[in-house]
Design a binder for this molecule. Sequence first.
Ligand code: G16
Length: 543
Amino acid sequence: MPIRELPTKPYTDQKSGTAGLRKKVAVFQQPHYLENFLQSIFDVEASLKGKTLIIGGDGRYHNREAIYTAIAMAAGNGIAKVIVGQGGILSTPAASNLIRVHNAAGGLLFTASHNPAGPDGDFGIKFNIAGGGQAPEALTGKLYEVSRQITRYRIFEGANVDLDRRGSQQLGDTLIDVVDSVDDYARLQQSLFDFDRIRDWFKRGGRITFDAMHAVTGPYARRILVEQLGAPESSVINAMPLEDFGGGHPDPNLIYARHLHDLALSPDAPDLIAASDGDGDRNMILGRGLFISPGDSLAMLAAHLDKLPGYKGGLKGLARSMPTCRAVDVVAKALKVECFETPTGWKFFCNLLDAGRLTLCGEESFGTSSSHTREKDGLWAVLAWLNVVATTGLSVQQIASQHWARHGRHYYVRHDYDELPVASANTVVDTLRKALPALVGVTHGDWTITQADEFGYTDPVDGSVATGQGLRIVFGDAARIILRLSGTGTEGATIRLYLERYETAADKLAWTTTDALAPIAAIADKLVRINELTGRKGPSVVT
Ligand code: G16
């Protein structure tokens, strides 16, 4: 039996962030680094033994090597069956779906999401549990503890798996099933949306440009948009997945996908312009002449969800992460459904989804999804918008204008200060935290602070508590300033400052976001003092 137990020494930095363990590729290439983390999973989740495990990744540099190791270690740790995407490719929502479809005990997803790839780029791993959601914090905490004491790992030595040949192969007692990366995911989308209606919309001249950013969604978008829905081949751009994502930054936002914003403003703009990120869970939506912010996209989809075949059964609850703008809260109120405010991190939605209390949820970080899976789902959001546009006969612009006229408009922006020295980022947060108690009741311009605190969350389903989830300065319904540290970066610390302003008067609905938020930004400058405390001149990224 070529299963061997090999000695190893622990690393002390295998602490998961907002979404799994993300590090530079070079960190993952250290001897036994990946093996240690994987063995921690197999040790902590002993119940994986004898069960099915899904394995796949976003195709970035180091994906294949990591997947060979993961398969050999799955076989070394008594996994009965591994289902792996052909070529080692699975988008994050496709992997989550496969866990659900095959009733698997969990999944190993190799991705650093929207972070750049290549030898000098980032790599990452997420462990998803039965049901398809990301490991909750209690579990990632245990993984971290175990990883700091690990002394050995188990592996099937000399494993020789052909990742490119679909079908079954045997590795000792473990069955390895290499499956098409797209089939099940495409079937799922077909069950949710009105493909006939969308096909007809394309036939009548409807146009989309979808940018796969040379990342994982290329094959998914081609299959669904082009082959199944009849969009012209040219509708999917940068469709070829590349190990370094073509040297780009597959983060679909107004900075890294600026060209899509320019396209939206051009005279020949298509009806819908969209993009997804490295691992296919994020989405960006634009219409002719207009960028739809993620918080607005969530609210507008919520308002139209009853028009989509997969959601005719009615809307249960809605949810957003705390820093996400409160547009969806207004829709929830109008629809008389529960609305939850969770910490940043998709994993916080999963208990609510499992308990049947949520239908739709989203985050400001370009994430939207529904109860159909347990990850955010980039192409799902694009198909949802296509379906709404095809069904209502309205343009994206009309959908947005009607929405704002009825529900009011939440202007919203996020300022990122990347790669700060950790100490200086902490100083900003600590200084504001100390100042919070004295802020309530203070008036700035037209707005008075009604609440100033640190966000904490008690999960309504299992009672688990998450503290220290961001500082918030709230001006009633009118505005908010939020500050938190990112949990997904791999260099130094990233401060995120979120600004929101709500307006309902008809003459205040068509401002530019920059103009609308200028007074809030000025208040944030005074209260949060990021430039002053860090020596920066301004944010690195504004989205
Ligand atoms: C991950 C999480 C999201 C989170 C985002 C940003 O997304 O799944 O829930 O909103 O990171 O997190 P942070 O503000 O801590 O950097 P992804 O697409 O990177 O997996």
